[in-house]
Design a protein around this ligand. Sequence first.
Ligand code: PXL
Length: 294
Amino acid sequence: MNRTDTQKKIAVINDMSGYGRCSLSVMLPVISCLKAQACPLPTAILSNHTGFPSEYKFDFTEHMDPYMQAWEQLKLSFDGIMTGYMNYEGQVQRASEFIDRFSGENTVIFVDPSMADNGALYRGFTPEYASLIREKLIRKATIIKPNLTEACILTGTDYQEILRTFSDHTMRRLKAALINMAHQLQEMGPKQVVITGIERHERYMNVVADGDQVSFLAVRKAGQNRPGTGDIFSAILCTSVVSGMGLERSVKKAQDFICKAVRVSEERHIPVNQGAAFELILDKLACTMYDQVR
Ligand code: PXL
């Protein structure tokens, strides 16, 4: 059997936050651990993520063009392309161009809208930015992974109205509303939609829509929400799918790992703004991918 060149290549368009376990700093080791080659295209370089009192930031937007040109000269193409946190319209435009220039027929295009949480857009993000994400990235995606707030913003759904269905003890109304939102998102382009972070009764529920199939995966809440866990989740999910694992199984694997990483962080009393100490259990993640590359 020819065993050369079977290793998957994933381009990761995101910022590099030097401290606090966010974005590229956590995605690269996770993707490597899952035995794919991670190829970062930074959008910005920060001393630390924005959850600390201050940070130094170097915007990389204008360097993205020559960086892409250099990759084009190498005739690169990728099995997966991931986009995440961006905060300039120019970065979204370039990420959109990146997809056109570096994807092939079978490329998994994974978009994390990364712009809102807890019912509101992040500071500095505007509704116009949200529309741009929808137009330039969601439309071209094969998988998207919005949290509940982002799913509401992208579909024009009232977040407070969704929250009201949380108190419905039968769960029927909530599930119907989530299925409806997932289908609306699918109509924008991506066949696979994962809506994360639906917190209810000390559990997290993720909605997984894969073509016509919709399932709900719940996991017990292991501790407080920590920055960067969404990035780790995305890295596991995208790499697993690129490696041939089904969507639902990949989501399960990602949520179980996040749960364990949050638990170990609580046990070690790691401050919440330092993210999840995933390094302590990364070896356990590696074992789960052996079959895919043998
Ligand atoms: O994990 C999302 C993220 C990415 N990049 C930066 C951030 C955050 C979340 O706070 O601050 C710079």
